[in-house]
Design a protein around this ligand. Structure first.
Ligand SMILES: Cc1cc2nc3c(=O)[nH]c(=O)nc-3n(C[C@H](O)[C@H](O)[C@H](O)COP(=O)(O)O)c2cc1C
Length: 389
């Protein structure tokens, strides 16, 4: 549906571009722009499959994962087993050069697989990296060999109830609603801190101010470094047609952004140009997002092995589900934790500020607060993630 420039009022306020669609035509346009097919995996999870592995897979693909790359690929050719691989085309070489974050996303996937199997009275036996692994990067070797075993003693996980409502909420949060210490403690209770993994959080004003500042400076570095910024731009899906064609990456799916794209105000070309007004608006939008962090939660491991990263994923998924249960919004801000040269000073700063052990590794850092309700993010259908049936 063509949308004229006049259908929009462009207001520059607080740096962000706010565009109000006017008239019934615009409302109709908005209604047709929902990428229904890309969101179907959220309503189809668990349905229409007779094989427990496939049912569990249909939930596991809803796991949070960096830039929504959905790096998982599975082989179901062995009876009662699932072999998990990392799809080498779905990694992020610039912002995640050692595949640390991608591995965390695969850890989220495995934890969801475990929870989904438990719902049906099965436990999974997971052998991580059965053929070994490299600290340099993931390769063609499997990430995990998983056996599904019926087990009457397995307990269902209460957090499973929140799987379909879990979100990474990237909107600004309510500055008038602080996160209380009690709420942060409830969130942390989703994960038992052990010597192998520690969850910590802060809702203290001074610490929040410092972490807002660090995560903001890190975000600016990512935006000002052509390689890391362009890695994101290449993964942007603008509007319904692009999202449905590739239901992954960074979805700029709101009717507003799609309409701006149609009238030439927000294009891949303008976004690709560092310093352009589209680039500046992206930056301004994030100032508001980071500036409304009302608390932070982070995960530290004593070392940084592939196993630590998988376990971080399981813990992060549990925190995200617990946040959903208690009505808290959560949003990872990973820039400061990324391992590339331009980020090194901020990486050192945030590590020294947060870690408890000198050799410890901060694996995840997320902001907390209360944001608006948001739609789920796109997913490839589970069937497309099965390399060998
Ligand atoms: C290891 C990891 C790092 C992430 N880092 C960021 C980040 O820096 N910024 C961000 O907006 N989202 C980040 N996310 C959230 C993903 O973008 C999000 O999970 C993905 O887009 C899917 O959306 P969903 O979680 O709402 O299903 C991260 C997620 C994981 C697992």
């Amino acid at each position: 549906m063509p949308v004229s420039r006049r259908a929009f009022i462009r207001v520059i306020g607080g740096g962000a571009v706010v565009v109000a669609a006017a008239g019934a035509g615009a409302a109709g346009f908005a209604l047709t722009r929902t990428p229904t097919r890309a969101l179907a995996p959220w309503t189809e999870a668990g349905a229409g499959e007779t094989d427990i592995r496939r049912r569990a897979l249909s939930y596991a693909i809803l796991a949070p994962n960096p830039h929504n790359r959905q790096p998982w690929m599975v082989d179901l050719s062995r009876d009662g087993e699932l072999t998990l691989y990392c799809d080498p085309d779905r990694v992020l070489p610039e912002t995640d050069p050692f595949n640390r974050q991608i591995t965390i996303g695969l850890g989220c996937f495995l934890e969801l697989l475990r929870m989904a199997a438990a719902e049906e009275g099965a436990r999974i036996d997971v052998t991580p990296f059965p053929q070994g692994h490299s600290p340099e990067g993931l390769d063609a070797r499997p990430v995990a060999q998983v056996r599904f075993i019926e087990d009457a003693t397995v307990s269902r996980d209460p957090l499973f109830a929140f799987v379909l409502d879990r979100r990474s909420n990237k909107e600004p949060y309510d500055l008038a609603r602080p996160v209380t210490q009690a709420t942060a403690a409830r969130l942390e209770s989703a994960v038992a801190s052990t010597p192998a993994l520690r969850v910590a959080s802060s809702v203290d004003d001074v610490q929040i101010a410092r972490l807002r500042d660090i995560t903001w400076r890190a975000f600016v570095i990512e935006m000002e470094t052509p390689e890391t910024y362009l890695e994101s731009v290449r993964l942007m899906r603008i509007g319904k047609a692009e999202i449905e064609a590739n239901p992954d990456g960074i979805d700029l799916g709101s009717p507003m952004l799609e309409a701006l794209n149609k009238v030439g105000l927000l294009t891949r070309e303008s976004l690709s140009e560092l310093g352009s007004s589209a680039w500046q608006q992206g930056l301004d939008m994030y100032r508001d997002i980071i500036g409304t962090a009302m608390g932070f939660v982070w995960i530290e491991t004593p070392s940084n092995t592939r196993i630590d990263q998988l376990e971080t994923g399981a813990a992060y998924l549990r925190l995200n589900l617990k946040a959903t249960e208690i009505g808290l919004s959560m949003h990872p801000l990973s820039q400061a934790l990324q391992e590339y040269e331009e980020m090194a000073p901020v990486y050192d700063e945030v590590s020294k500020f947060l870690r408890r052990e000198a050799a410890g590794h901060i694996q995840m850092l997320a902001r907390l607060g209360y944001g608006p309700d948001i739609a789920p993010s796109p997913r490839w259908p589970a069937a497309t993630r099965i390399a060998t049936a």
